[in-house]
Design a protein. Sequence first.
Length: 95
Amino acid sequence: MATTTLRVNIRLQQELAVVDESTNWDSLLKWIHPLDRLFFLNTLVRSEDEKRSFSVDIRHEISEGVHRYFECHGSPVFDHEGEFVHLAVFLVEVT
């Protein structure tokens, strides 16, 4: 991906204890269940490459064996010249 800038909603920022954009990205990846991370990342890359929105289901383990389930929806954002700027992402808990 051209950049790691990621925009997420305020509730998720609070849950991830976001300090800045790099913390935002790193925290989100750590927050996603390890078995879902690679698929999630591949989905983001494909979304940017194909210039289209995405939707993917992910898990977050809150304690051993206890999970929360989320629908993750997002879209790459491009500038007027077609260059990738950032990802806009939001999550909906479906636990």
